[in-house]
Design a protein around this ligand. Structure first.
Ligand code: FES
Length: 110
């Protein structure tokens, strides 16, 4: 697992879903029920940008066709048969990090 710092300016906006664009990865970040959650930017149904969606309780709702995804485990609602990726986060000394899996080439060439 590779931990990447999320720049502080992304953490000042808690009211909406933000698209975080880092050199290593782009993903959505939202403040939801007293904690940060990082998840896939792309809806698995037809590719909508989930940063344009919204949260209802512990779910994110896609803006295109209203598929819903649980923000804890990423599972789509019953009958959808799809899911989004939830990325691990950790906070150390007021800095928030997102955990990304390293691929085989990263490990070989580091
Ligand atoms: S693209 Fe997200 S529900 Fe269709």
């Amino acid at each position: 697992m590779k931990w990447i710092e999320i720049p502080h300016y992304y953490l000042s906006q808690k009211a909406v879903i933000q698209l975080v664009e880092l050199p290593e990865k782009s993903f959505c970040l939202v403040w939801n029920e007293d904690r940060w959650i990082a998840f896939s930017k792309k809806c698995p149904h037809a590719g909508a940008n989930l940063a344009h969606g919204w949260c209802e309780g512990r779910e994110v709702v896609c803006p295109y066709h209203r598929h819903r995804f649980n923000l804890i485990d990423g599972r789509g609602a019953v009958g959808q048969g799809n899911y989004i990726q939830i990325y691990p986060l950790k906070e150390v000394d007021d800095v928030l990090y997102v955990g990304l899996k390293e691929n085989i080439w990263d490990r070989i060439f580091r």
